[in-house]
Design a protein around this ligand. Structure first.
Ligand SMILES: *[C@@H]1O[C@H](CO)[C@@H](O)[C@H](O)[C@H]1NC(C)=O
Ligand SMILES: *[C@@H]1O[C@H](CO)[C@@H](O)[C@H](O)[C@H]1NC(C)=O
Ligand SMILES: *[C@@H]1O[C@H](CO)[C@@H](O)[C@H](O)[C@H]1NC(C)=O
Ligand SMILES: *[C@@H]1O[C@H](CO)[C@@H](O)[C@H](O)[C@H]1NC(C)=O
Ligand SMILES: *[C@@H]1O[C@H](CO)[C@@H](O)[C@H](O)[C@H]1NC(C)=O
Ligand SMILES: *[C@@H]1O[C@H](CO)[C@@H](O)[C@H](O)[C@H]1NC(C)=O
Length: 386
């Protein structure tokens, strides 16, 4: 997919049996509508990941798996309070909700539940992005309906699907670019790429039971988007030799998360099984081949909160956030923070990415920080590189 053209037109290509129609007009309109994410003046960009809020009806929805002493007036409003506290504590540049945002089967009105679940981000006027889990659609609103409601909310950068792509499985596949510091040589370049995918809910194939997987049509879109971003980054002004790092967010972990556990080399805990699909659709391999992805962030298994590297990509969980979601009494609800930092140039300006760090914050009295780790660094690509 080349640079967007000024002409109005639709191009279609046939690849692997999937028709991709590229509408340059749609892409341009979408771009001007979207607020451009960019690094701050201090060379940092911070992302807060909120996994598995399982929001339902607010104050009438009880908490699960908390200590009896913590269950005094405990409800969805504790989830809301945690998000407000985290926003104040970390002041993120972007909040990413990685699915099971609502527990729709317990929600009286899915749209109102979504409004309430995301309200702290909207109230704080912080850009936010969401993908779907396997519980978001368990009500009158279909997966498409949930995603369409999400994109209508304020301050969201979520998209129902990428503009210009005609056929793609799922709802909530899109990417966001994070540009360099304003006034620097990288102000018009995406120095950090964020990809969001719909990992589905349950298998629709009779011979396969269990959870869904990321389909070939989505992988093809990812591959082409990554290629296009890499071409732009490695050419023109400030041409770079290596692609800009990419981070990928979705709900259901990949089967390769089990390889991280097998290696015994990870930070955080594994207290739940890895509930990936029972088949491997190859998305991990697709990301390894693309070459730009440094880390993947999922939710789904609330009692897992580890990050570990496998074949050059960090595979991370965030741990459960919501109080109506299953958890473990005495093991605090939590959230994952990622900070990307730019390289300082000799001209006292900001260059490309230098490092990506992560930690978790617990919903205790002090919002305790744990498990600080470097996910990737340009000086030692071995640490999270290849
Ligand atoms: C907390 O109390 C509510 C009733 O107010 C109850 O439905 C719920 O099961 C309790 N949760 C725990 C973990 O004890
Ligand atoms: C939920 O919020 C109530 C009211 O602020 C508080 O008393 C209770 O301890 C909280 N429970 C948890 C598990 O944070
Ligand atoms: C969305 O946010 C903007 C800026 O904060 C505000 O001016 C506008 O009224 C909001 N729109 C809605 C529908 O809340
Ligand atoms: C970025 O784009 C703006 C608007 O087109 C332009 O004024 C500026 O010079 C560009 N900056 C760089 C570093 O190319
Ligand atoms: C919070 O910090 C205070 C002061 O450092 C300490 O006394 C207290 O035990 C901490 N609470 C938790 C839950 O970590
Ligand atoms: C564990 O993984 C890190 C990268 O996350 C790597 O730098 C380190 O060498 C690994 N340690 C062992 C013992 O394999």
């Amino acid at each position: 997919m080349e640079e967007k053209k000024k002409t109005i037109g639709v191009r279609c290509l046939l690849a692997v049996g999937v028709v991709l129609c590229l509408s340059s007009l749609a892409a341009a309109t979408e771009e001007t509508k979207q607020k451009q994410l960019r690094f701050r003046e201090n060379g940092e960009f911070k992302i807060l990941q909120v996994a598995d809020m399982h929001y339902a009806d607010g104050k009438t929805t009880p908490c699960r798996d908390v200590l009896p002493s913590e269950n005094v007036s405990c409800s969805d409003l504790n989830t809301t309070a945690f998000l407000h506290r985290m926003i104040l504590a970390e002041k993120p540049d972007l909040i990413v909700f990685t699915g099971d945002n609502i527990y729709a089967s317990d929600a009286t009105d899915a749209a109102r539940s979504l409004d309430a679940a995301f309200s702290p981000a909207i109230f704080a006027s912080i850009p936010w992005a969401a993908v779907l889990g396997n519980h978001d659609q368990e009500s009158a609103l279909s997966r498409e309906g949930v995603m369409k409601h999400i994109v209508s909310l304020n301050h969201t950068l979520s998209q129902v699907n990428p503009s210009g792509v005609d056929l793609i499985d799922g709802f909530g596949n899109y990417n966001l670019e994070v540009h360099g510091v304003e006034g620097s040589g990288f102000e018009n370049k995406s120095v950090l790429n964020l990809y969001f995918l719909d990992s589905g809910d349950y298998s629709k194939v009779p011979s396969v039971s269990g959870y869904d997987w990321i389909k070939p049509s989505q992988q093809l879109w990812f591959q082409r988007t990554s290629m296009k971003l890499q071409r732009a980054y490695m050419s023109k002004a400030e041409a770079q030799e290596a692609p800009a790092p990419g981070l990928v967010y979705f709900h259901i972990p990949l089967p390769e998360y089990a390889n991280v556990v097998d290696s015994l080399n990870y930070t955080g805990v594994k207290q739940d099984p890895i509930s990936s699909a029972s088949v491997n659709s190859g998305f991990f391999t697709t990301m390894v081949e693309a070459g730009d992805v440094k880390a993947v962030f999922t939710g789904h298994d609330h009692l897992n909160d580890f990050c570990g590297e496998y074949t050059g990509i960090q595979l991370c969980y965030a741990g459960g956030f919501g109080y109506h979601a299953y958890g473990k009494a005495g093991w605090a609800r939590r959230t994952r923070v990622v900070v990307a930092t730019l390289e300082k140039t000799d001209k006292a300006s900001w260059g490309p990415l230098k490092s990506i760090k992560t930690w978790k914050r617990l919903d205790d009295q002090n919002l305790t920080t744990i498990d600080v780790q470097v996910l990737w660094s340009n000086s030692s690509p071995g640490a999270g590189g290849s």
